[in-house]
Design a protein around this ligand. Structure first.
Ligand SMILES: Nc1nc2c(ncn2[C@@H]2O[C@H](COP(=O)(O)OP(=O)(O)OP(=O)(O)O)[C@@H](O)[C@H]2O)c(=O)[nH]1
Length: 784
């Protein structure tokens, strides 16, 4: 506990930083120096090893060369015959006695590889057959001196030797045998000097045969004649066996790290190696490093003690600042007392002083706010209460006491506020409180019933929120009496239902929109009339489903223009629906002011006007047309003629009228019946219409009398046209019940004159012409 507190102190951290930085610097310096010294020692050791193996290699080379040369020169003059060699063998050995100390044994072989003599004599050696030995075979073949690979002797396999050979030839140069000088590898002979050479304490020299891959000298004699390790376990040696010479830091077959130097011999395929364990090679630098570490640790301890001692003094003003702050409100001293020399502490002291003064200000503000909110709470018509997480009341304002029925100074503190709530609402309110705790909601709202003793129950709206600044969960509740609103709401709902029932039952379409003309309601007839479903239209502007224009005008009216028509109780409109139907309607548009809002509603009442307009259209048509032929009737004809006569600028125009009266039509009726007469009248009307231009007017004035009005038609053209009509009527035959009916026509025609004012003027002239035509024998045209 104490240690962990100390660990968090400024003193500890500064001391730790000093130690870390100091140690870090020392370690870095030490490391770089160590590496440099190590590299230097390594180079020096490499130089030493390299020189040593160089010298040893040269020495062995020389000794091998001396032996080979002396042995060869000793027998150079000897040329025994094959037959004489067995007798000469001893003599040859005798002649070689001066060089015998250079070898462990001298031997004479005949040409079959049988040992004829040896010196010193060794049991079992004479008579041995070595014809299959490589050195014998090669010497015989090459007739040159050579040195064998290391081998075991046949008569004593424990002995390991190399053999220097010189061939013996007869006077004709034929191979008759050879002389061999052997060196024992395990004896102290040839490699004796190497044993005296030491490399440090545990370094050593080795000599290895390349071709046979055998160790031929090692200070540990048990390793002599052992096969050399593989390239994987001793890479540098194997490189040297392949011809490389040099130095390296490497791992040898024992797993030890070594500095090595290798050099091949010139006279024989041997490699001399010098090996020094890395640990020993770098031993001086390692011991130096140990001393350095001890020195560094000691230094750091001293530094740590000094820093700790010094920090105690340096940090004393901090303690002073602390006691200044603690005694500030009581003592009235300055926070700066005793620390004014320290800039950093002075700024901390300034901040403290400022914070202190702000705290005072805030406390005063808080007290004012609390007083304000307490007064507000007490004066509020809303009930306000605070409960803890178990629902026990901590606070209730005056309005809340009244709503909870605690007016007569009942002890409310600590009571469960559920006691004031109708039992059927308990579970719902508990669930809401849980959601405040669990789901992170900040405010929940519901309606519930309170039992306050005055009435069966009181409808209230309850809002609950969690007081988030509290460590222990507490809830603030606001209660509002909504009994009256509830009653009003109920009656409004009933009113609304009645209104809806009425709206749905009337036949007219009703659309209710907001002041933005967005649809809020439409009844079922409105759905049918607009061709929409109510749910697809709600909230969307009415104009996206229908527009209104005056009948047969086609230009939709703006909403402002429509509103200006409100004054008219009925307003005929063409309603263009979304699916491009034109629906005749009678529109009543009312603007209703909404209570408590600047904006009102619009009520569109739309009455389907299709049937009435159709009827009206039919009446209009019937008034001016002849129902039998579909041509204009007298009234229609007179209206057209009046219009023409009253029209402006008739000067220079050629307009004609003609009266067509069928001849003896009575006879048709009399003979074929009235129905046939009707049919013939229709046929004549058809003939007339087929001949006229679309701008001309044809009418049946009554009975069998027709009238024409030919606009802009010169006399000749009018005559030709009427002659053609007359001719076609004459040529027309109506077959009725096997009887052929036909009729002719008498026509009176006249051009309109400028002094014609009323229709009777030209009609009378035409009538006279028609009369003349009748009198002249009928079936003709009289103009004038
Ligand atoms: N089938 C039919 N006959 C009609 C209709 N209106 C009038 N008539 C008959 O048409 C005949 C007209 O006869 P009139 O104009 O007196 O003389 P007309 O027989 O044509 O002989 P003229 O004019 O002297 O050549 C009458 O017999 C009417 O009864 C009608 O709507 N249908």
């Amino acid at each position: 506990m104490l240690a962990s507190r100390f660990g968090r102190t400024l003193k500890f951290r500064v001391a730790l930083l000093t130690v870390v930085l100091g140690m870090g610097s020392l370690v870095l310096i030490g490391w770089f120096n160590f590496q440099a010294a190590r590299a230097e020692i390594k180079n020096e050791r490499f130089r030493y090893l390299s020189d040593l193996v160089e010298r040893i290699a040269a020495d062995i080379d020389q000794r091998v060369a001396v032996r080979q040369r002396l042995l060869a020169s000793s027998v150079r003059t000897l040329h025994p015959t094959d037959a004489a060699l067995p007798q000469m063998a001893e003599g040859i050995l005798t002649s070689l006695r001066p060089i015998a100390p250079l070898f462990d044994a001298l031997v004479v072989y005949d040409r079959h590889g049988i040992i004829l003599a040896d010196e010193p004599a060794s049991a079992g050696r004479r008579g041995l057959d070595i014809h299959d030995r490589d050195y014998f075979i090669e010497t015989r073949k090459s007739l040159r001196p050579m040195i064998s690979v290391p081998l075991r002797t046949r008569n004593n396999p424990k002995r390991r030797i190399v053999v220097f050979t010189v061939p013996l030839t007869d006077p004709h140069g034929q191979f008759v045998g050879m002389v061999g000088g052997s060196l024992e590898l395990l004896s102290v002979g040839f490699f004796r000097d190497l044993e005296s050479i030491t490399i440090g304490n545990s370094g050593y020299i080795t000599v290895n045969a390349v071709r046979s891959r055998l160790n031929i000298y090692h200070p540990d004699t048990s390793r002599v004649f052992e096969p050399l390790p593989s390239a994987a376990s001793s890479p540098a040696l194997n490189r040297a066996l392949g011809g490389w010479q040099g130095v390296d830091e490497t791992t040898i077959s024992t797993g030890e790290r070594m500095l090595v130097a290798y050099r091949p011999l010139r006279q024989v395929d041997w490699v001399v190696g010098g090996l020094l364990p890395v640990g020993e090679a770098y031993e001086p630098i390692y011991s130096l490093a140990e001393r350095y570490i001890a020195f560094a640790l000691g230094m750091m301890l001293v530094v740590l003690l000094l820093v700790s001692w010094r920090l105690k003094h340096i940090l004393r003003p901090l303690d002073r600042l602390k006691s200044n702050i603690l005694t500030l409100p009581a003592s009235g001293n300055s926070v700066l007392a005793g620390i004014s020399d320290y800039d950093e502490l002075q700024s901390v002291a300034d901040v403290v002083a400022r914070a202190w003064s702000e705290r005072d200000t805030m406390e005063a503000q808080l007290a004012r706010s609390e007083a304000f909110f307490r007064a507000l709470n007490e004066a509020s018509p809303l009930g306000v209460f605070v409960v803890d997480d178990r629902g026990k009341l901590n606070y209730v304002n005056r309005a809340c006491k009244r709503l909870f029925g605690y007016e007569n100074e009942v002890e409310w503190h600590g009571r469960h506020w559920n006691e004031a709530v109708h039992p059927l609402d308990h579970e719902r309110i508990r669930a809401l409180a849980r959601s405040l705790l669990a789901d992170g909601e900040t405010l929940v709202k519901t309606e519930c019933r309170l039992i306050n003793g005055q009435r069966p129950f009181l409808n209230v709206e309850l809002r609950l929120c969690r007081l988030t600044y509290e460590a222990e969960p507490r809830f603030l509740g606001v209660v509002m009496d909504v009994s009256e609103q509830e009653e009003t709401r109920q009656s409004l709902m009933a009113e609304r239902e009645r209104a809806m029932a009425i709206l749905e039952s009337i036949g007219d379409a009703v659309v209710l929109t907001s002041h933005l003309d967005e649809i809020e309601y439409l009844n079922q007839p409105a759905e049918a009339l607009l061709g929409v479903r109510a749910q697809d239209t709600l909230g969307r502007p009415l104009y996206s489903f229908a527009s209104f224009s005056p009948p047969e005008n086609g230009r939709p009216l703006s909403i402002q223009r429509l509103e200006s028509l409100v004054a008219h109780p009925f307003c005929e409109m063409d309603m263009m629906t979304k699916d491009a139907r034109v629906q005749p309607v009678v529109l009543t548009l009312s603007v209703i002011a909404a209570v408590g809002s600047m904006h009102g509603y619009r009520v569109y009442v739309l009455h389907d006007d299709s049937a009435r307009r159709e009827r009206e259209k039919a009446h209009r048509w019937e008034a001016n047309h002849d129902p039998l032929t579909g041509l204009l009737n007298r009234r229609g004809y007179l209206a057209s003629l009046s219009g023409l006569l009253a029209g402006p600028d008739r000067k220079g125009r050629n307009d004609a009228i003609a009266l067509i009266d069928l001849d003896h039509f009575k006879a048709v009726n009399d003979h074929a019946g009235h129905g046939a007469g009707d049919q013939l009248l229709q046929d004549v009307a058809g003939i007339i219409q087929s001949r006229l231009r679309s701008s001309d007017v044809a009418a049946r004035l009554g009975g069998d009398e027709f009238a024409l009005l030919l606009f802009n038609c010169r006399l000749d053209d009018a005559r030709a046209l009427i002659e053609a009509v007359r001719g076609q009527i004459e040529a027309h035959v109506l077959e009725v019940a096997g009887v052929s009916l036909s009729v002719t026509a008498s026509v009176g025609m006249t051009m309109l004159r400028p002094d014609d004012v009323v229709p009777a003027d030209p009609i009378e002239r035409a009538d006279q012409r028609c009369y003349l035509a009748k009198n002249a024998g009928r079936n003709r045209l009289v103009t004038g």
